[in-house]
Structures are given as structure tokens and as C-alpha cells.
Design a protein around this ligand. Structure first.
Ligand code: MSP
Length: 520
């Protein structure tokens, strides 16, 4: 029998120049939901995240903090690791680019590129934006209000002239276009794919891949006057994480090529153009997919340090609760689009979708069972068409959700789940078990059983998004911890009548504003 299929998903590695903010939490959250979904679906998942610790930007931030780069990166990297734990992320590995394993991987990749004549020594003279750690052509720049030249991202650029190694990126235009053409799912969403395709069609320049004007980075093998360009260093983390340079056995052989690199739209070009070009040029396989998600604004405004409207994910969770925040971020915006964070929208989701819809469903069903069925899973009698329809909806959820998750349409997966949440609430109202209690207790028990079994499906399938809350819901249904994977969906593993149930308690409380406003 073949073992479980591997699935390898990565987040970008985060610059340690600053405290983590909502953007960082968002990218990793999306990967976490996916990794959890795939694990529950029987895959052998590897989920990698980490920190990007080299380069001029980090060096400058360390200097500004009056610290040595290594001590500075140790401190800031820890904040990212703590955030990951705080957000209940389920990564299997946390990589830091200052680790020895990563130095080895980068230098090996460099040698492979050199051996294949993909790298040559020259001089770089051009524009560089430290904030983006990116080179720009004159034609891409615009003038800021104070006359300074700006990159398309708004970052200030500076003129750089120094000896540099170059990667023969220009030679890879055709193979890249073929890669995009032959693998329509390589870059998602589609609109982003079109942007990359037209960028590459516009022609590619050779890429400067080393710097000599500062020291904080990985030395070029055999010429340590140069350190590697931080993006070459950073992108390599995805193969360091699976044990490269060992390619014939172990994790690389099992997990590479990665199934998915999740990135924000601002760093798509590095992942969808440079990275596959480096890999193909080195004789290695490119990843299977790069998905570029959108950006969050705060109450309609671009998030920026100078505006002072940075959203701290830790504060957000203290205010609204972890699972509601996880749910909101993945439900509110079609994944791939930009989204706006607002208190109003957040409260609307908490009180509408979570408290009124899902929470109330579980609460009223479980408390009726506690009061009227001896605090045990009720006996089930013959099923009528309404019962069958609700259960069929619950049984059908997995297929639809799995398909949307495979396309990274998290909002759609949740939307599908909510069709059954709403269907179950309509069924309760229509069946009115509180009336049946007086007229037909047998039928009441059947109705409550059908509902409990529906809630079991909902809670199992919502675990990737809200692991803690759904875990508590499953506790209340006495579903054993080892019976919560998707293999236990469907009628074969249905709740057993007579199973004693613990005392029910609400899982999704309403949010009440400081002023006592409950929103929706
Ligand atoms: N170090 C590079 C990535 C190297 S990967 C080989 C980097 N780091 S970053 O810390 O600046 O950004 C990491 C991620 O946060 C990016 O995917 C970026 O899109 C995301 N976000 C930053 N601000 C954001 C929002 N306001 N909204 C959503 N995501 C945003 O780039």
C-alpha cells in the first residue's frame, strides 16, 4: 500500500528589521489553515516558515538599535517565533537564514550555478532600494514630492556602483515562459499570472547576485569580498528546509518540488521569476505553485509605520479572541484580493457568522440534548426526507471544501461550510424540537441526533480555521481526539447513541463593545 502523499507548503521568511504585524500573521495563517486541512485529509505535510536575517536592511536596523547584527536578529527572530506559537500555527520547522545548514545550502547552490556557467563577475551600476532589497531600472522610477527617486513600491532608491557577480537571467526568458504556459496553475491568482507573463515577455536583464559594500550576509564561496544578494540567500531557504544540498534522499527527495510557496503580491516577482530561473539553471526542479495574496489596509488606509496605523496581531487577538481573528482574516476577503480591516466588519463576523450562526446552532442543540436526552447522544429513529437532506449536505461538504482549498480559495471553503450551518439552523427552526418534546419525544430525539451528527461534520471540517474552538465543540460531542480527521467524516463513523456527553458550554461568545454595543 502506498504511504500518505507528501505536501510541502512554505511561507515567505520574514525580515527581522521590525516587529511582526498583521501582514506577517496573515501569510502564515493562510498556510497554517492549508497545512492543517491537508494533514486532516491524510497528507504527509511539511510546513515551513522562518526569518530572513541578512542584508543591508537588517544590518541598518541592527545599527539603529545599537546592536550587533547577530544579537539583533536573535532577538527579533524570537518575536516571530513567539507570534507563530501565539497564533497557534502548526509549522513543522522554523528556519533562520543565519543557521549553519542554510549557509551550506546557499554556497552549494552558488557552486552549482557557477559550474553551469550561470554566474559571471562584472560591475553593477544602477539603482537599489534597501527597503525592498531590490534593483531597479531607471525607467521604473518616479520622483517623490521632495525630488527623491522612488521605486514603484514607494521605497527610496540609491545609486550603487560596485563589483558584482551576475546571474544570466536574460538566458531564461524562454524557459520561464514555457514553464508558465505548460503549468497554468504555477502562478495564482490568474491576474497576477498575467502580470508576470507580461513582465517576462518584456525581456529580462542579468541579475546582480552579490554585493561588496557591506558585510552582513553569506560569503560567496572562493571570493568572500562578496556576499550573496539577500534574495538569492532568502529564496534558498525553501530547499535548505528540506535538507538541500542532499537531494537524492531524505526530505528533499520526499518533499521537493514544493507544492506551494505562499507570498504577498509585493514579492511575487522574486518567487515566480528569479527563483524558478535559479533552480532550473542549477538543474533543480521549480516549485509547483506560487500564490500571491493581497494586502490589508486599516479602516481604509494603507498600513504604514509613518502613519502609525500598524495592526499588531497580538493586540487584535487580545481584543477579539484567536479563533475569531483567524476566521475573520480568511473569511472576510476573497483570498488573493486586497482587504480592509475594520472593527465593524470584525464585530459583524463575530456576532453574525460565529455567535448567531455556528455558535448558537451548537449551543441550542447541545443544551437541548443535555436537558432532554439524559446528557447522552440521543437514540435515532427512522429518517425523513428533511433529515436525509441535511445529512447529505454535511456528508457532501468535504469534497467541495477540498477542491476550493486546493485552489487557495479559503473564503469559498468557509462559505461552503456555512451553507450547512445555515441549513442546520433552518432545520432546527422548522422541526422545532422544543415543540416535539411535548408531542413526539421519539421524533425530537431523531431531530437532535441528526443535528448533532451535522455539527460533528461542521466542527471537524472547520478545525483548520479555528482549531481550538472546534476542538472544544468536538469535546462536547465526545468525539475522541483520534477520531477527528477527515477519514472519520461520513455515516460510517456517526455518533453512537447513548454515548455520555459532557456539560455543554458556548464556544463562540458575542462581542460586546466597551460601550456595550453588540454590533449585528
Ligand atoms: N524577507 C522577504 C521575503 C523573503 S521570502 C524568500 C519579505 N519579508 S517581509 O517581512 O517584508 O514580508 C513578508 C510578507 O508579509 C510578504 O508576503 C508581504 O506581502 C506580507 N505583508 C506585508 N504587509 C502586508 C499587509 N499590509 N497585508 C498583507 N500582507 C502584507 O518580503
Amino acid at each position: 500500500m502506498a504511504g500518505p502523499e507528501p505536501y510541502y507548503v512554505t511561507t515567505p521568511i520574514y525580515y527581522v528589521n521590525d516587529a511582526p504585524h498583521i501582514g506577517h500573521a496573515y501569510t502564515t495563517l493562510a498556510c497554517d489553515a492549508l497545512a492543517r486541512f491537508k494533514r486532516l485529509d491524510g497528507y504527509d505535510v511539511k510546513f515551513l516558515t522562518g526569518t530572513d536575517e541578512h542584508g543591508q536592511k537588517v544590518e541598518k536596523s541592527a545599527a539603529a538599535a545599537g546592536m550587533e547584527p547577530k544579537a539583533f536578529t536573535d532577538k527579533v527572530s524570537r518575536n516571530f517565533r513567539d507570534l507563530a506559537d501565539f497564533m497557534n500555527f502548526s509549522h513543522d520547522d522554523f528556519i533562520r537564514t543565519t543557521e549553519e545548514r542554510h549557509l551550506r545550502a546557499c554556497q552549494d547552490l552558488w557552486r552549482r550555478l557557477e559550474e553551469r556557467d550561470q554566474i559571471y563577475l562584472g560591475t553593477y551600476a544602477g539603482w537599489y532600494a534597501v527597503r525592498d532589497e531590490a534593483f531597479y531600472a531607471e525607467s521604473e522610477l518616479s520622483k517623490g514630492p521632495d525630488g527623491k527617486s522612488l521605486a514603484p513600491s514607494g521605497a527610496e532608491v540609491e545609486w550603487v556602483e560596485e563589483p558584482s557577480y551576475f546571474f544570466r537571467l536574460s538566458a531564461w526568458q524562454k524557459p520561464l515562459l514555457e514553464l508558465y504556459e505548460n503549468n497554468p496553475g504555477f502562478i495564482l491568482p490568474k491576474t497576477r499570472r498575467n502580470e508576470v507573463v507580461s513582465f517576462v515577455k518584456g525581456g529580462l536583464q542579468d541579475l546582480s547576485v552579490s554585493r561588496t559594500s557591506f558585510r552582513w550576509g553569506i560569503p560567496v564561496p572562493e571570493n568572500d569580498a562578496h556576499i550573496m544578494y539577500v534574495w538569492l540567500d532568502a529564496l534558498t531557504n525553501y530547499i535548505t528546509g528540506v535538507g538541500y544540498p542532499e537531494t537524492e534522499s531524505g526530505q528533499y527527495a520526499r518533499y521537493w518540488p514544493a507544492d506551494l510557496h505562499m507570498v504577498g503580491k509585493d514579492i511575487l516577482r522574486f518567487h515566480a521569476v528569479y527563483w524558478p530561473a535559479f533552480l532550473i539553471a542549477a538543474g533543480l526542479e521549480p516549485p509547483k505553485r506560487v500564490f500571491a495574496h493581497g494586502w490589508w489596509t486599516n479602516e481604509g488606509q494603507k498600513i504604514s509605520k509613518s502613519v502609525g496605523n500598524i495592526i499588531d496581531p497580538i493586540q487584535l487577538v487580545h481584543r477579539y479572541g484567536l479563533d475569531p481573528v483567524r476566521y475573520f482574516l480568511l473569511r472576510e476577503v476573497p483570498f488573493g484580493n486586497d482587504g480592509d480591516f475594520s472593527h465593524r466588519a470584525m464585530v459583524h463576523r463575530i456576532n453574525g457568522d460565529l455567535a448567531n450562526d455556528f455558535g448558537n446552532l451548537a449551543q441550542r442543540v447541545l443544551s437541548m440534548i443535555a436537558r432532554n436526552c439524559g446528557a447522552a447522544v440521543p437514540e435515532v429513529g427512522p429518517l425523513d426526507a428533511d433529515d436525509e437532506a441535511l445529512l447529505a449536505g454535511a456528508h457532501g461538504l468535504h469534497a467541495g471544501m477540498a477542491e476550493t482549498m486546493d485552489g487557495q480559495a479559503f473564503h469559498e471553503a468557509l462559505d461552503i461550510l456555512w451553507t450547512v450551518v445555515r441549513g442546520a439552523n433552518a432545520y432546527v427552526d422548522h422541526q422545532a424540537p422544543w415543540t416535539l418534546r411535548k408531542t413526539d419525544e421519539g421524533r425530537m430525539r431523531t431531530v437532535l441526533y441528526v443535528l448533532a451528527e451535522t455539527i460533528r461534520h461542521l466542527a471537524i471540517l472547520a478545525q483548520p480555521f479555528m482549531p481550538d474552538s472546534c476542538g472544544r465543540m468536538l469535546d462536547q460531542l465526545a468525539v475522541a481526539p483520534d477520531a477527528r480527521s477527515f477519514a472519520f467524516l461520513g455515516p460510517d463513523h456517526a455518533l453512537a447513541p447513548g454515548t455520555p456527553l459532557p456539560k455543554p458550554e458556548g464556544v463562540f461568545p458575542r462581542f460586546v463593545d466597551e460601550e456595550g454595543e453588540g454590533g449585528t
